[in-house]
Design a protein around this ligand. Sequence first.
Ligand code: SAH
Length: 258
Amino acid sequence: MGPMEHSSFVIGASGRILASMSERFYVNCPLSPGDVVLQGAEAHHLAVVCRLRPGQQVCLFNGDGHEYPAEITQVGRKRVELHVREAHAVSRELPFRLMVASALPKGDRDQFLIEKLTEVGVTAFVPLQTQRSVVHPGEARSEKLRRYVIEASKQCGRNVLMDVEPLSRWESFVHRPDLPGRRLLAHPGGQPAKSLCSPATDTVLAVGPEGGFTDEELASTFAAGWQAVDLGSRILRVETAAVGLAFLLASLEGLPAS
Ligand code: SAH
């Protein structure tokens, strides 16, 4: 498939093609106007998958909040040279901090979870170890999760990467001093989700593992001041509960933070 077949172009007032969301490439180094070399997976994606050629324009990002429009100057299979024209600060972030802590679902449903949370605009994701959780990512899996963040950011236009934190034990996470003021636990029988439509504000939300939280975990969480939120009368899978509640909160974006 050539680049024209899968690109959605942004057309400027003059009718000139300014940028394409699908031609974003991630670079793991500081960027500024001037020459830059792309290697590894991103070079392969640009040269072999997208079949871009010298003279074509792309957009680079490295997670520092900027976009770097660049022109391709040389293309090899494993090495691409570009010239960065300028740096633009372009924010597609939520105007408040949204942290999601959840046990990881089994199989490749963790990829779905990470991709969707990135798209929704979540600031940080914390994988949880709870009494009934079974999936506990080590460093290799965490790296994989960070790769999913980059892939989703290329597609959705985020210029700041969702942070993937190390595995955290639930008992200590609940009491972490740097958590946002609003702390929500997805839990059947809590306050209805629709009552959360207060102004957007810094929030952490937590979702339990497939086996649920234990009564002991629930008691200590509520004693620590967390609020339970009900997501309806059906039992949702971990990723459905996390993405659904995150999206609900993200959709309050336009409301002023209280
Ligand atoms: N086997 C467990 C279900 C766990 S579902 C049980 O029967 O309790 C995994 C997690 O998703 C739960 O711990 C909870 O945090 C969240 N969740 C699932 N369905 C929900 C609902 N209807 N309302 C609120 N949270 C829900």
